[in-house]
Write a protein that binds this ligand. Structure first.
Ligand SMILES: C[S@@+](CC[C@H](N)C(=O)[O-])C[C@H]1O[C@@H](n2cnc3c(N)ncnc32)[C@H](O)[C@@H]1O
Length: 368
């Protein structure tokens, strides 16, 4: 890890990383987290319990926060919704006064914070704390301010995340701007509009926000551009594109929702998504067909390699036990197909709206 000079001003030492995930995906996160920590040269061990919806990495020695934060972006791990360096674990929180020990731990860390986020893992049990988290944020902030550990909005200072593993345990974590998921618990609150046709629409909405940079959104989602949606029915993904003004060819033998067709920007073609081809290159191919992930990987890589589309967002269904192995197989297929086409961008993420599946973005770097 190579420190940058400006970041050395932060005094905080941390003791590892904490990742949030969907309950049931702890094994995948643990494997990814272990590999990530080995890659950045942090030695220690992973703790993961099935169903807990979070995984921790405990370092053998204290690590400089600024150095670690530099390497640590929540987008790095496919199966994590949030990824944060942690600096204290406070156990046995008294029910009547949780603030005092949390403030004491923050003071002891010797770091001032500019903002505060209270979170829980995404389990039914932990979510019972979410009302408490809302009520507790302002009083805790006041106590931190009084103790000299908080200066609201101060430039260059990290955000403090207090994550309640259960009612009596809090993990204190820190993040730098842009490095952590923007939303508490890594859960984006997206509203489902009735005319969007299906709840799947939220998957593409989240993917557009999470997997694309602002420049990619501006360049790729302009009115008048053309898109193809493979496995489109009833039309939630098509609607995300049409409602941004793109003209969409929707491939599916099933029926499209009338509200999606009513946008006037959609042509519905009843055909097989694996054999249908556009007559001219298009900006986007999106694909949500329920199929073996390796077949989807080969298909999207082929569309990019042959220039049929400039960019693609696709869903890989992962009903199997060895999900990470399946993902690596897909990555290998894509890499092999694109090896002679120049560098490419491949981002894969287990989105909040994904269940046993992940969503990916692929483009050649020259057109990303
Ligand atoms: C999960 S649904 C898609 C939902 C859609 N993204 C939405 O937002 O409404 C999967 C769709 O893929 C379609 N499908 C599966 N295999 C296909 C194939 N070979 N060609 C075209 N469509 C296919 C199915 O008919 C089904 O409508």
């Amino acid at each position: 890890m190579h420190p940058s000079p400006t970041q050395n001003r932060l005094p905080l030492s941390v003791y590892g990383l904490l990742a949030l995930c969907r309950a049931g995906f702890e094994k995948e996160v643990a494997t990814e987290l272990e590999a990530f920590c080995a890659e950045i040269g942090m030695s220690g061990f992973v703790r993961a319990q099935p169903g807990q919806a979070f995984v921790t990495f405990e370092s053998h020695e204290a690590v400089d926060f600024a150095e670690l934060a530099e390497h640590c972006d929540w987008r790095t791990l496919i199966f994590a919704r949030q990824l944060l360096p942690w600096f204290a674990r406070v156990d046995n929180l008294p029910e009547r006064d949780r603030a005092t020990p949390i403030v004491a731990a923050a003071r002891e860390a010797g770091q001032r914070f500019a903002s505060l986020m209270l979170e829980t893992p995404d389990t039914d049990e932990a979510k019972q704390q979410s009302g408490f988290c809302r009520r507790f944020t302002a009083p805790l902030q006041r106590e931190l301010e009084k103790a000299g550990a908080f200066r609201e909005g101060a430039k260059g200072l990290p955000e403090l995340h207090v994550l309640f593993g259960d009612a009596s345990t809090a993990w204190l974590c820190a993040s730098l701007p842009g490095r952590a998921a923007l939303w508490p618990m890594g859960i984006p609150r997206l509203r489902m509009l009735r005319e969007a046709g299906s709840r799947s629409t939220l998957k593409l909405a989240e993917a557009i926000f999470t997997l694309l940079t602002e420049e990619e959104r501006n360049a790729g989602l302009r009115a008048g551009l053309r898109a193809v949606d493979l496995g489109a029915a009833p039309g939630g993904w098509t609607w995300q594109l049409a409602h941004r003004g793109l003209r969409v060819t929707s491939i599916d033998n099933g029926p499209m929702a009338p509200s999606v067709m009513a946008t006037g920007l959609v042509e519905h073609v009843r055909a097989d998504g694996f054999t249908w081809r556009p007559q001219r290159p298009v900006e986007w191919m999106v694909c949500d067909m329920v199929e073996q992930p390796t077949r989807i990987a080969a298909l999207v890589a082929d569309w990019i390699a042959t220039g049929r589309c400039r960019r693609t967002i696709f869903n890989l269904k992962l009903p199997m036990k060895k999900r990470l192995d399946a993902v690596e197989q897909c990555r290998a297929i894509i890499t092999k197909r694109l090896v002679n086409e120049g560098p490419f961008v491949l981002r894969l993420k287990h989105l909040y709206h994904d269940r046993e599946e992940i969503t990916g973005y692929l483009a050649l770097r020259k057109s990303a």
